[in-house]
Design a binder for this molecule. Structure first.
Ligand code: PLP
Length: 403
């Protein structure tokens, strides 16, 4: 069965698991900064921990933090756990990013930060975002931090400018479902070395050495993931996910379990073994982007377009972490494709303000996030992380041309 996503892992990552990796975290930070045109990068155990640490370290507290309604729920968790309140802004149906027309009216005197997400590999208009925030800063007379959330868009470009290279910081998530992985992990990058120094100190003072057995479980997890996403046995993975609660329990905890909390290891330091895998992934990253761009273009030109389906745009500089299509009846399409051995994703299946743990969010915000809610009910994502260097890509792609 073709998996809904596939981490790009092979013998290099396996070897990295068994090498002596002392100092790998520092090397990973340096290489990461170099790869994504930053002056400094600081590693964390998760993306959510990185966002939490940033907000705390710069002193954003009892404030409103603006974020798109359509993104990963843990972004909102990090805002709440850091002592702040998320203010949700609806998205545009063109590229699923925050609708910048709605941003000026969402900013008020309590706003201290804006999380600007480049979702599904689509770059947000950074210039426009910055000018909206700069004019709000002069209106309200205080700093409003810009965090570019690049978890889906490593290396994407807006008009030739790499995302995450301006603003105050850029946030990256490195779990197994991302375009590149360090098993788990998160990263903040900076152009401002003084700000980076403050955040690094904050992290070093508060994040702990992981338990001695964690590296063992991380190795096991990566090896299991490599097996689980192999096309030859993915049918079993799919069955476990769809027909039993086992995998769902694992993948939804700390994320979609109705609570606002972090995993118990959210304040551990990144492990050397995770960084060692990340270093291998950085070497592959240009190839990963290139392959996704090729596949997205191929889908755009070759897939049949049933009436009522909305296909994603091809945009200069986009990296297509997901190839997302809106369909009238998602379940019908997902079931039909599963019967043909293709697992479609359903990202993102929720609009954050609609989640039961966000019941306190006022009704007006929920109503105003209508496109986010609509997308959460109609999106499918077609497998795009196919490894083109292995076997004829066209053959795999053709098997997706089934509806
Ligand atoms: C857009 C986005 N931002 C941030 C995160 C946070 O990452 P993590 O799961 O590493 O905490 C994710 C999670 O996958 C994400 O999809």
């Amino acid at each position: 069965m073709i998996p809904r996503f596939k981490p790009w892992l092979d013998s290099q990552e396996i070897k990295a698991l068994f090498r002596w990796n002392t100092g790998a975290v520092e090397r990973f930070e340096k290489e990461f900064a170099r790869s994504f045109s930053a002056d400094e990068a600081i590693a964390f155990p998760y993306g959510r921990s990185a966002l939490f640490a940033f907000l705390q370290a710069v002193g954003v507290k009892e404030a409103e933090v603006i974020m798109p309604a359509y993104t990963c729920s843990v972004v909102a968790h990090a805002i709440i756990l850091s002592g702040n309140t998320p203010r949700f802004v609806d998205i545009s149906l063109f590229d699923y990013n925050m609708d910048l027309d709605l941003l000026p009216e969402a900013i008020n005197e309590k706003t201290r930060a804006v999380i600007a997400t480049h979702l599904f590999g689509y770059p947000l208009d950074i210039g426009r975002l910055e000018s909206i925030v700069a004019s709000a800063e002069s209106r309200f007379g205080h700093k409003i931090w810009i965090v570019q959330d690049c978890a889906h868009s490593f290396g994407a470009e807006w008009k030739g400018r790499m995302v995450g290279t301006s603003g105050d910081t850029a946030l990256y998530a490195l779990n197994i479902s991302k375009m590149m992985t360090s098993i788990f992990g998160g990263m903040l990058t900076f152009r401002d070395r003084e700000l980076a120094r403050r955040i690094r100190k904050w992290r070093d003072d508060r994040f702990n050495q992981a338990s001695w057995f964690k590296p063992f479980f991380r190795r096991l997890y990566l090896a299991a993931a490599m097996a689980a996403f192999n096309e030859k046995i993915y049918g079993l993975t799919w069955w476990l996910q769809e027909k039993t609660s086992l995998l769902n329990r694992l993948t939804r905890s700390y994320h979609l379990d109705g609570k606002i909390h972090f995993p118990p290891d959210a304040f551990d330091r990144m492990l050397d073994v995770e960084a060692a895998v990340g270093l291998e992934q950085l070497k592959k990253y240009p190839m990963i982007i290139e392959s996704r761009r090729t596949v997205a273009k191929w889908y755009d030109e070759n897939l049949d377009r049933p009436e009522g389906w909305a296909f994603p745009p091809i945009v200069d500089g986009a990296t297509y972490s997901h190839y997302v299509v809106r369909v009238p009846d998602r379940k019908k399409v997902v079931d039909a494709m599963a019967a043909k051995d293709v697992h479609l994703g359903e990202l993102i299946q929720y609009s954050v303000p609609e989640l039961r743990n966000y019941a306190v969010i006022d009704e007006n915000q929920k109503i105003s996030c209508k496109f986010s809610k609509y997308s959460s009910m109609h999106t499918i994502n077609i497998p795009i992380g196919l490894q083109s260097e292995k076997g004829p890509i066209k053959q795999t792609l053709n098997s997706l041309r089934l509806w």
